[in-house]
Write a protein that binds this ligand. Structure first.
Ligand code: F0G
Length: 353
């Protein structure tokens, strides 16, 4: 079996752990890399989806959180804290519960986190505080608290988070037998693009891949500080997971972009929703809106001719979180079910058989 006990066991040689490290795992990672025939046809190059929604708490955060909570436990910490647009808090809450020895404090922007994520943080028994403010303000408070009290910060500025998340790139290379030519990814606080780029570089350094992909990052147009070149004070987007105006790993994301010869562009909420619905209806993969930003981005680039001359290239899109995280957005964007009597004949007629 490729992934007996999660990413730390699988990629131990590339991670800062030893025999005595008390691994806290929910058997994360080993997520499917799905070839989308529909997107391949639309783009004219092979499009793979790295379906991170199939991690234990439904997002890529689990890769980083198994490392962050494991290292916190190794250090003897009894409490961790994060700011979150939802997924980090869900993951931190689950992994601290799993640790059996730590409490979890979470600060979220009130009214701007998806229902499923809030449910997760609460059911795993985190102490959740919703502030009348945005993610950037929440993160500032978390930095202050963790600087001054015996509480470990588990946002992606914690280097162990990046260490864990880089294993996404390892899995892609292991599955393809090589790094892809392009890697598309949504950008919020900018930890994940940083992590993938680190992962690709380390794998190439270890002789496990011979090339590096161009990193293609996508922000939501209403929350696109890196694209604009300045912080956005009041970020707004339907993709609440990436509703961030001042990303902590801003410079590292720019480095990933520039070193790889890639780009970071913006996509509108309309484009995100279009890609969101397309992925669900034409590939059968249900993701949350922020995840669809990567697919919206490559569809936009295709339209602009960016991929001309790359016919046989492979592009991997990290689709970061499961669609069930945010059921309200899904319901708002579909036609409501037809309500009928429990009458066989009428139903057959309605279906048009
Ligand atoms: N996609 C999803 C579903 C996310 O939850 C996030 C970030 C991103 C993309 C962007 O990743 O921040 O590494 O650039 N969510 C964080 C959170 C901010 O609090 O859950 P990034």
């Amino acid at each position: 079996m490729l992934n007996p006990r999660g990413i730390i066991e699988r990629y131990r040689d590339f991670l800062p752990v030893d025999d005595k490290t008390p691994i806290v795992t929910l058997h994360e990672g080993n997520t499917p890399l799905i070839l989308s025939e529909d997107l391949t046809q639309r783009l004219g190059l092979k499009v793979y989806l790295k379906y991170e929604g199939l991690n234990p708490t439904g997002s890529f955060k689990d890769r980083g959180m198994t490392m962050a909570i494991t290292k916190a436990k190794e250090k003897g910490c009894t409490a961790v804290m994060c700011a979150s647009t939802g997924n980090t808090s869900a993951s931190a809450a689950a992994y601290t519960a799993r640790s059996g020895s730590m409490r979890c404090f979470v600060i979220i922007p009130e009214g701007n986190i998806a229902l499923g994520k809030l449910a997760q943080a609460m059911i795993h028994n985190a102490k959740v505080i919703a502030i009348k403010g945005n993610f950037d303000e929440a993160l500032n408070i978390v930095r202050e608290v963790t600087d001054n009290y015996p509480v470990e910060l588990v946002n992606s500025i914690n280097p162990f988070r990046i260490e864990g998340q880089k294993t996404g790139a390892f899995e892609v290379c292991d599955e393809l037998g090589e790094a892809p030519e392009f890697h598309a990814i949504p950008v919020g606080n900018a930890g994940n693009i940083t992590a993938y780029w680190k992962g690709y570089n380390e794998y190439k350094g270890a002789g496990k891949a011979t090339q590096l992909p161009k990193m293609l990052g996508f922000q939501a147009a209403g929350a696109a500080p890196i694209v604009l070149g300045k912080p956005v004070e009041n970020p707004e987007t339907i993709a609440t997971a990436i509703r961030i105006g001042n990303p902590a790993s801003w410079k590292l994301a720019e480095a990933a972009r520039d070193e790889s010869g890639g780009l970071i562009h913006a996509v509108t909420d309309e484009q995100i929703l279009e890609a969101y619905k397309l992925l669900a209806a034409s590939t059968g993969v249900f993701v949350e809106p922020a995840s669809a930003a990567s697919v919206a981005g490559i569809l936009k680039l295709k339209h602009e001719g960016y991929f001309d001359g790359h016919k046989d290239a492979r592009i991997v899109c990290t689709v970061t979180g499961h669609g069930l995280k945010d059921p309200n957005i899904a319901i708002k964007n579909v036609i409501e079910p037809v309500v009928m009597e429990a009458d066989l004949k009428a139903i057959v007629q309605e279906i048009g058989l």
